[in-house]
Design a protein around this ligand. Structure first.
Ligand code: SF4
Ligand code: SF4
Length: 71
């Protein structure tokens, strides 16, 4: 896996999240895992490709994907 000068940060608003699991389903690289209540936990952030599908598919706007430049 190539390291780049970019770092991804994912913010999940637990108050907005209704535990639907869409983000977990749509993430091709399995960044998330559900906790016992269905809240997505960030388990494999290093696998995130910054595709933003999770952010776009979240019906409750609970996810924000941020790319930070480390230049
Ligand atoms: S941005 Fe893409 S790769 Fe990263 S967690 Fe979301 S769906 Fe997965
Ligand atoms: S798609 Fe949004 S509302 Fe659904 S589990 Fe993920 S963060 Fe929560």
């Amino acid at each position: 896996m190539n390291k780049t000068d970019k770092e991804v940060k994912i913010h999940i608003d637990e108050a907005l999240c209704k535990r639907c699991g869409f983000c977990i389903e749509f993430c091709n690289t399995k960044v998330y895992e559900a906790d016992q209540d269905g809240l997505p936990l960030i388990k494999n952030l290093e696998e995130c490709t910054n595709c933003r599908l999770c952010e776009l598919r979240c019906p409750d706007f609970a996810i924000r994907v941020e790319v930070v430049n480390n230049e």
